[in-house]
Design a protein around this ligand. Structure first.
Ligand code: DHB
Length: 368
C-alpha cells in the first residue's frame, strides 16, 4: 500500500519502569480493539506505532516530536501519566495533531491544548462522589494521602472541598512523592491521628503497596477505614491484595465487574487474548480511545488533516465497557457515570462491586 494510504497512530506508553502496568494494559486493549475491528477503516490502512516513554516526560516529548516529524503520524495517543501528557500538549498544538489521552487524569490536561481529547477520567470527577458518600456513612474525620503531583493535588482539593461542604472534616493532608514512594512514615502518622478514614490517591500500580502497609500496621483493626478513588483498588492488582482488602469503598468510572453485556464481552475477549490478565481502567481508556479514533476516521476518511479528525472526535457518544460515555464537544473531556464500589469476593476472586451510580458526571474542574 502507498504511504499516503496509511493512517498512523503514534501510541506513547510507559512500557517499562514504575508505570509499566499502565502500558501493558493499554497496549493489550489497543491491539484487541484492532483485532476486533480490522485495520481497513475509511479506505485507510491503520498502523499502530508503539513507543516506550518509560514515564519520563522529556522522553515522551522527544518521542512525540519524532512521531510527528519522521513518521508523520495522523494522531498521537497514550500518555501514562500527567507530566507526559503536559509535555506533549504543545507538540499537538503546533503540529495540529489530535492527542488522545487514554490514561492521565489531571483536570487541566484538556486545557493544555485544543487538540487534546480524553477517554480516561479526571480525579475531580471521581473524588467528589466519594466525598458525598462518606459523611452519610459515618465517616466525618478524614486524613488525605495523595501522590504529590497533578492528579493527587486534584484529588486532595476536590475531595476536601466537598467533604467540608457536606459537614465533614479533613484533619491532615499528606503528600507522598510519585517516584519510589515510601508509605510507611505517612501511614504511621495517620495511625497516630486516628481519623475515621484515610482517603488515598496513588497512580495505577501503587495501590497494592499502600494496601499491604495499611494492613501490616493494623490500621483497619485500629478502626481506620481505607477509602479512595478506584486507582488504589486497581483491578490489575486487586485480586492479589488478599482478604484484607474486603470492604474497601472507592469511587471510579470502571470496574472489571461492571454488570453489562458490553463489559462481559470485553472482559472475556481481553482475558482470552492476554493469558487471563484482568483488564483495568487503563485498558478501558485505551480501548475507548481507539474507538474514538476509528469512528473519527470513518467520518473523515483521512481528508482534512488533524483539524477534521479532531472535529469528528468531539461529541462522540457510545456505550463503553464502563457504561455510557460522551466526549463533551466544548471541553473535549469525558462525561461518564461514576460508581461507588466495595471490594467483595465473587467466585473466589476479589472485585470492586458497584453499589451506587452518579450518572453523566462532567469534570468538576471545568466549572472553575
Ligand atoms: C494518573 C496516572 C495514573 O496511573 C492514575 O491511576 C491516575 C492518574 C496521572 O498521572 O494523571
Amino acid at each position: 500500500l502507498a504511504q499516503d494510504n496509511t493512517f498512523k497512530i503514534g501510541l506513547i506508553l510507559p512500557m517499562t519502569g514504575q508505570q509499566a502496568t499502565t502500558g501493558r494494559q493499554i497496549e493489550a486493549a489497543a491491539k484487541l480493539y484492532m483485532a476486533q475491528n480490522g485495520d481497513m477503516i475509511g479506505g485507510k490502512k491503520v498502523q499502530l506505532i508503539i513507543k516506550d516513554d518509560t514515564s519520563i516526560p522529556d522522553v515522551t516529548k522527544r518521542l512525540a516530536q519524532e512521531l510527528v516529524v519522521n513518521d508523520k503520524v495522523n494522531v498521537l495517543a497514550g500518555m501514562g501519566i500527567t507530566p507526559s501528557a503536559l509535555a506533549t500538549a504543545a507538540i499537538a498544538t503546533q503540529s495540529k495533531t489530535p492527542l488522545v489521552v487514554m490514561a492521565a487524569a489531571t483536570s487541566s490536561i484538556t486545557e493544555a491544548s485544543p487538540y487534546v481529547v480524553r477517554t480516561s477520567f479526571t480525579l475531580p470527577q471521581a473524588s467528589v462522589a466519594l466525598a458525598d458518600w462518606a459523611p452519610k456513612n459515618g465517616i466525618k474525620k478524614v486524613v488525605t494521602l495523595v501522590s504529590d503531583y497533578g492528579p493527587g493535588i486534584d484529588a486532595e482539593k476536590y475531595f476536601k472541598e466537598r467533604m467540608l461542604f457536606n459537614g465533614g472534616q479533613i484533619t491532615e493532608s499528606l503528600r507522598v512523592p510519585l517516584r519510589n514512594p515510601d508509605f510507611a512514615p505517612f501511614l504511621q502518622k495517620v495511625r497516630d491521628l486516628k481519623p475515621d478514614a484515610l482517603f488515598v490517591f496513588v497512580p495505577s500500580g501503587a495501590g497494592a503497596a499502600v494496601m499491604k502497609q495499611f494492613l501490616e500496621r493494623g490500621m483497619d483493626k485500629a478502626g481506620i477505614k481505607l477509602i479512595g478513588t478506584g486507582d488504589v483498588t486497581d483491578d490489575d492488582q486487586l485480586n492479589d491484595m488478599g482478604d484484607g482488602a474486603l470492604g474497601v469503598v472507592t469511587s471510579h468510572h470502571y470496574s472489571t465487574a461492571h454488570p453489562s453485556a458490553v463489559n462481559k464481552k470485553f472482559v472475556e475477549a481481553f482475558q482470552k487474548a492476554n493469558n487471563n490478565l484482568r483488564p483495568n481502567f487503563m485498558a478501558v481508556g485505551g480501548y475507548d480511545g481507539m474507538r474514538v479514533i476509528y469512528e473519527a476516521l470513518k467520518v473523515t476518511k483521512g481528508a482534512g488533516g488533524g483539524d477534521a479528525l479532531l472535529a469528528a472526535m468531539k461529541g462522540q457518544i457510545f456505550e463503553s465497557p464502563r457504561g455510557p460515555m460522551f466526549i463533551d464537544a466544548q471541553t473535549r473531556d469525558v462525561v461518564q457515570n461514576i460508581y461507588l464500589r466495595k471490594v467483595e469476593k465473587k467466585d473466589g476472586q476479589l472485585y470492586n462491586i458497584e453499589f451506587d451510580v452518579i450518572k453523566d458526571v462532567k469534570d468538576p474542574g471545568k466549572n472553575k
